[in-house]
Design a protein around this ligand. Structure first.
Ligand code: NAD
Ligand code: ZN
Length: 342
């Protein structure tokens, strides 16, 4: 089969011929229809410090996918050949305390497809049946291919009650933009999203016309708080940039007793003004991945009831043109890039 692989410990990815994976009794084989390129895949392409320390070579990359089940392991029940699906790319165990209490997303033994185990940028993917999420007919493959990052957005956005709340999102990357759409769908009052890249803010406004975008190089968030008629500031912050200044601005712009969900990954250790957080009595929650499978359930329900994130996909191309897709991602001018495998 065709597969996009990290074949050598250096910059780049290579299209190779790889054997179709053999599945175990509790696994399924999925024929891939579409995949999304993630920031993680860019780290792996660039072969930065994180990738070098984390990813064994050779490794078929990719973890955002939609496809169709073509083979079932002998123990698998409840799934069918021909079933369209996406799936959770975090492969978890069942032994840890967290898993045994149903919090699979907190399993300390989590391994990621396309990072620690062979991934989805291939004609066929082997996946535990447990991880499969069937796709309803009204969710197309290209949306199925971005459910992983949409799930990050949903998991983060639904960390705190948003109904009637004023929400600040820092970072208008694809995940921040989708989080803005989710916050709107969940009934937030004001939704404000910041970035330093005007292209990203234009895209955010295109995907969610009814939010306020703020270029923090040009505008002061305090003026925006005033303009929108908030008495003190935002109730909830969703940090989606991994940027230190963005986090500082968020802490400054929250009300006393405000809440922050942190998804963005800072590049290294970053200084935090803890006394400011203590005296503002701010609650902080770190968010990793998606809840298995509550996030998937809620995300699909919202998509079937008016949540529309389709415009966050700015590039669609055949996988043979993957170099163009990665270049678009690296340009900082794209939203999601979807590669078609069929
Ligand atoms: P992205 O890099 O495409 O978007 C980040 C955005 O933040 C960019 O548009 C950038 O211009 C913007 N930004 C930079 N400095 C800023 C500032 N001072 N103020 C406001 N915005 C600023 O990333 P993405 O794919 O949308 O992912 C969002 C974040 O979530 C990333 O940090 C990513 O590593 C992280 N992530 C975490 C998880 C998890 O499980 N915790 C999963 C996926 C992604
Ligand atoms: Zn991803």
């Amino acid at each position: 089969m065709k597969a996009l692989e990290k074949s050598k410990p250096e910059e780049g990815l290579w299209m190779v011929q790889a054997p179709v994976p053999e599945i175990g009794p509790d696994e399924v084989l999925i024929r891939i229809n579409a995949t999304g390129i993630c920031g993680t895949d860019i780290h792996i392409w660039n072969w930065d410090e994180w990738a070098e320390a984390t990813v064994p070579v050779p490794m078929i990359t990719g973890h955002e996918f939609a496809g169709e089940i073509v083979e079932l392991g002998r123990n698998v029940t409840g799934l069918e050949i021909g079933q369209r699906c996406s799936g959770e790319g975090h492969v978890v165990g069942t032994e840890s305390r967290q898993s045994r209490s149903g919090k699979f997303h907190l399993d300390p033994g989590t391994r990621g497809i396309g990072v620690n185990v062979q991934g989805a940028f291939a004609e066929y993917l082997r996946l535990p049946a447990f991880n499969v999420v069937p796709l309803p007919d009204d969710i197309p493959d290209e949306i199925g291919a971005i459910l992983d990052p949409l799930g990050n957005a949903v998991h983060t956005a639904l960390s705190f009650d948003l109904l009637g709340e004023d929400v600040l999102i820092t970072g208008a990357g694809p995940i921040g933009i989708m989080a803005a759409a989710v916050a709107r769908h969940a009934g937030a009052r004001h939704v404000v999203i910041t970035d330093i890249n005007p292209d990203r803010l234009t895209l955010a406004q295109h995907v969610c016309p009814n939010i306020r975008t703020v270029d923090v190089t040009k505008e002061d968030l305090r003026d925006v708080i005033h303009e929108l008629g908030m008495k003190q500031g935002f109730d909830v912050g969703l940090e989606m940039s991994g940027n230190q200044q963005a986090l500082d601005q968020m802490v400054e712009s929250l009300i006393m007793g405000g809440k922050i969900a942190l998804l963005g990954i800072p590049p290294g250790k970053s200084p935090v003004d803890w006394s400011r957080i203590v005296f503002k009595a701010i609650t902080i929650k770190g968010v990793y991945g998606r809840e298995m499978f509550e996030t998937w359930y809620k995300m699909i329900a919202m998509l079937q009831n008016g949540l529309d994130v389709s415009r966050v996909i700015t590039h669609r191309m055949h996988v043979d043109d993957f170099k163009e897709g990665f270049a678009a991602m690296k340009s900082g001018q794209s939203g999601k890039v979807v590669l078609n495998w069929r």
